[in-house]
Design a protein around this ligand. Sequence first.
Ligand SMILES: [Zn+2]
Length: 279
Amino acid sequence: MSLAPSSELCITAEGPTVVAFPELEASGVCAAVSTRLGGVSEGPFASLNLGRGVGDDPDRVAENRRRLLAGVGLEGRRLVGGHQVHGDAIARATPDGPDELPGVDALYTTDTRVALRVLVADCTPVFVVAPDVGAVAAAHAGWRGTLAGVAGKLVRRLVTDLGARPSAMRAAIGPAAGRCCYEVGDEVLAAYRAAYPWADDHIAGRRLDLHGLNRRQLVEAGVPAERIAVADLCTICHPELFFSYRRDGRRSGRMLAVIGWAGEGERRRMANVPGRWAG
Ligand SMILES: [Zn+2]
């Protein structure tokens, strides 16, 4: 039996299939990354597209978002996210602020009325939970955000703003463009090698390992390696499970990573997807 944190693919009672993280849930949070399964959208957005402004019917996107939040136990929360720019700006989300924060790629909150969202389609979603200060956090880290070190900066921000101890944190990294598929240009590889002395541990040929790079940044920021779950799934080579911008281009759907504190007596209504995947 492995004691390493795990991830699992589950069908929620509301329909959406999600990637969930049991150890995060044991800390009292609801957290999941959606797949493309279990929604009402059609065509290139079939079926669980959660992105607005990508060409899908807004009513279908709204229904998909409702299903996801209800399915993972975050119904009724104020859903707050960044208007993402592939940067490293971090903001604190509150229930009375705007629900979309301009120029922000990472957020945290200590308010149980707020759920955080990160929109992805190949970029890496990263969750951080700091139970000692009651904070949940999420980051959007594609190659630019990962190069900027947004995941590590988010951990350090929880330390400076809230006094959180990294050794008490838990983290999870969701599906993203995988090291099996994610080729980048020479200038990107050179930028990584200039920024991180250990970059080559996570580069193979021209392919970048976003999962490994983000995990490394969390560890460097003080999060114990054994408390970081990695859903080592590639969005590009699993078209049956995930939308992928790299694979499908502009007219493709988006997944959402969502996290918030579980309510009193609330339970995630899920069953494992039998035989589909385990990791
Ligand atoms: Zn792949």
